[in-house]
Design a protein around this ligand. Structure first.
Ligand code: DC
Length: 215
């Protein structure tokens, strides 16, 4: 079983995807961490993350050992991740890892931007998690503050806008809901309510699939 969870930054994808993985006893992959790891390798190499050759080389060096690095959560790394993720060679270099992960039994929940559209177009259920820009900026602001970073709300809002624009406007695998995705707006929902709404929608989707296949 594969569940794709896509959406913009700070919409609540990660929290939801982790809970769904636990609930359905599936593995979990935060695919944003792969792009963040590629960005961090590029930064640490001293090269320009926007240079395709630098970014591709960095992406090829990404492995499972990179995923727990606390530096991946830094805002500078997030911005650089958004830059490297627009480079087609970077996306190609990270595709195999994601597909192999999803194909490993018993299956997985993957969260990202293009899971339902590109990485796992045949996923059993696809959820597109979104929320208003202001709600997402407020959540990210709180998250960064808890991490002890000095943050200004206006700056977080602007960074969020910039990242949304880059992630949605890029030519390769832009951020968009798959045609068969369930759209879940979490602006007014807490994590618990979002989880319950997602499980209901997934159950309906799986039941519908079953009916179709036995008919
Ligand atoms: O979800 P995140 O904030 O950790 O993602 C960091 C960046 O990586 C994001 O700005 C866009 C990119 N990304 C992507 O292009 N495709 C994915 N499947 C996941 C993340």
């Amino acid at each position: 079983m594969i569940i794709a969870v896509d959406g913009p930054a700070a919409a609540g994808k990660g929290t939801l995807a982790r809970r769904l993985a636990q609930h359905y006893r599936l593995a979990f992959l935060d695919t944003g961490a792969l792009y963040r790891a590629a960005a961090l390798h590029a930064i640490e190499s001293g090269g320009d993350p926007a240079a395709p050759a630098v970014a591709e080389d960095a992406a090829r060096r990404v492995g499972p050992g990179d995923l727990g690095n606390p530096r991946l959560r830094e805002e500078g790394v997030a911005q650089a991740a958004s830059v490297v993720s627009a480079i087609p060679q970077v996306r190609a270099a990270l595709l195999r890892f994601q597909r192999d992960f999803a194909a490993t039994p018993p299956g997985a929940v993957l969260d990202g931007r293009d899971i339902g559209t590109v990485v796992c177009p045949d996923a059993d259920a696809k959820i597109y998690v979104t929320a208003s820009l202001e709600a997402r900026a407020a959540r990210r602001f709180e998250e960064l503050r808890r991490l002890g970073e000095t943050v200004i709300y206006g700056r977080v809002l602007q960074d969020m806008k910039d990242r949304d624009a880059r992630d949605s406007a890029r030519r390769t695998a832009p951020l968009r809901p798959a045609d068969d995705a369930i759209v879940l707006d979490t602006t007014e929902l807490d994590a618990e309510a979002a989880f319950e709404a997602a499980v209901r929608a997934i159950e309906e989707k799986l039941a519908g699939k079953h009916h179709r296949s036995v008919r």
